[in-house]
Structures are given as C-alpha cells and as structure tokens.
Design a protein around this ligand. Structure first.
Ligand SMILES: NC(=O)c1ccc[n+]([C@@H]2O[C@H](COP(=O)([O-])OP(=O)(O)OC[C@H]3O[C@@H](n4cnc5c(N)ncnc54)[C@H](OP(=O)(O)O)[C@@H]3O)[C@@H](O)[C@H]2O)c1
Length: 237
C-alpha cells in the first residue's frame, strides 16, 4: 500500500514526521515538495529504519507537477495527505494583489490540484483517504492574516465539499485543524521570537498531531470523522 504526502521538508516538520510515521505503519511513502535535497534526506532516514519511500520534487501550485507526481505513484495508492501551507501575514491595505493570489495558490488552489488527482486514482476502486492540514486560520479570521485566513478557510470548505461529494463512493476525506504553533523546525528556524513570547509549553506537540492523522486514516467506514482539532491545553480558543 502507498501513501503520498505533499508539503514535506524538514525532519522536524509536520510533513517529515507524517512521512516517517506512515512508513513505520508499513506504507510506501511518496514524499513531495520543492526541495529535492530535503526530500532525499527524509527518504534516506526512512530507508535506514527499514521503510520504503520515494522522493518526487513537486511544486504543488503547478498542475503538470502534480499530475506527474500521481503518474509516478501509479497503482496501490491508499492515502494522500495535503500538508502544503505557508503562513502569509500582512495587513490588507498594504497587500499587493500578487501576494494575496500567491497565498491562495499555495494554501488553497494547490489543494484542489492535489485532491483532484487523488480522487481520480481512488474512484475506480471506491477506496482511499485524503487528509488536509488546516490551522487556526481555517476556522476564524484574525487581524493581519486576511490572506492566510481566506486561503486556509477555502481549503477547509473544499475538503468538506469533497467529503460529502465522495463519502458515499467510499472515499474518506478529512481535515485536521492544528490550532496553535507546532513545536517543530519552522518556528525554531524562522520565528524563535514566538517561542520566547508564548513559551515552550504553549506549543503543539508534533507527535500528537501525527497520531491524529493515523487515527483518521485507520477509521472504518461505519464511523468516519471529517474533522479533528488539536491544540495545547493552555491555548486560548
Ligand atoms: N508550523 C506551524 O506552527 C503550523 C501551525 C498550524 C498549522 N500549520 C500547518 O501545518 C502544515 C505544515 O507546516 P510545518 O510548518 O510543519 O511545515 P513542514 O511540514 O515542515 O513543511 C511544509 C512544507 O511545504 C512545502 N511547500 C511550500 N510550498 C510548497 C509548494 N508550492 N509546493 C510543494 N511544497 C511546498 C515547503 O517545503 P519546500 O519549501 O521545500 O517546498 C514547506 O517546508 C502547513 O499546512 C501549515 O499551514 C503549521
């Protein structure tokens, strides 16, 4: 059985940890993202632990790249995870049209491209799971995050529409809301000030998030969840 995860980079990123966990669960994991060296490192680690993995350099916003990814995977796909998403802060009055559009292309449009190809693979056998990574931004608007909020909100609505469109056809579609800052590479490398401000103990544990994906994937048809939200106990929500 195969899985594909798009939006993989750092070992201590959600994508990297999802790849390693599903490989440990016995799936052959195709890892996709824009940086081949980062993907190759994840593949190497998985193979070193006895798992199977393949790196496919893919820009999720490019239709041809996404189609090529699914062509490379071929038969046997059972799980597709859309994990791409870059936070795009900024106040509306200063925001260029291009910035807003790029945010939407990365966080929402590419989710459509990816899920469409996954659906085409799953439909003939009426089986398969698609999971989308959401954020606090998926559920509510916040000042200074209009571009990211609208893109992540759009992705969530796409996921919900697809869950209803394809559920009866045997395809499980879910959305995981990560409601807080992930204790991972991104915040450590790019925003150490956030850790300083909020404190280490306010971050969301990456293993708990990954457990949520495994739970959703393992559900039987008689009891499917569409959505799971995961936050730190001290999060103010
Ligand atoms: N980090 C957080 O605190 C946090 C909180 C809540 C929700 N989330 C969500 O969790 C997910 C993963 O976040 P993460 O911070 O842990 O990062 P991650 O899983 O380590 O990496 C996601 C990777 O997606 C890749 N990506 C970006 N644009 C892409 C594109 N156009 N095509 C293909 N790949 C692309 C990037 O790698 P390349 O640059 O190498 O392509 C990026 O590093 C995102 O959906 C994010 O919105 C994160």
């Amino acid at each position: 059985m195969k899985a594909v995860i798009i939006g993989v980079h750092a070992d201590q990123g959600l994508g990297g940890q999802l790849a390693k966990r599903f490989a440990a669960e016995g799936l052959e994991v195709y890892v996709a993202g824009r940086t081949l060296s980062a993907l190759n490192q994840i593949v190497k680690d998985i193979e070193h632990s006895g798992g199977r993995s393949v790196a496919v350099q893919t820009d999720a916003t490019k239709e041809k790249d996404v189609q090529n990814l699914f062509e490379k995977i071929g038969d046997g796909l059972d799980l597709a995870i859309f994990n791409v998403g870059n936070n795009t802060p900024g106040r509306i009055q200063n925001m260029s049209a291009d910035y807003f559009e790029q945010s939407w292309r990365i966080c929402c449009f590419s989710g459509f491209l990816f899920a469409r190809e996954a659906i085409k693979t799953f439909l003939p056998k009426n089986k398969g799971t698609i999971l989308f990574t959401g954020a606090s931004a998926s559920l509510r608007g916040r000042p200074g995050f209009g571009a990211f909020n609208s893109a992540k909100g759009g992705l969530r609505q796409l996921a919900q529409a697809m869950a209803k469109e394809y559920g009866a056809l045997g395809i499980h579609i879910g959305h995981i809301v990560v409601d807080g800052v992930i204790n991972g590479q991104m915040v450590r490398d790019k925003r150490p000030d956030i850790i300083e401000k909020l404190g280490e103990n306010s971050l969301v544990n990456i293993k708990n998030i990954v457990d949520g994906y495994v739970y959703m994937y393992r559900q039987s048809k008689e009891g499917w969840s569409f959505e799971l939200d995961i936050r730190n106990s001290i999060e103010n929500w």
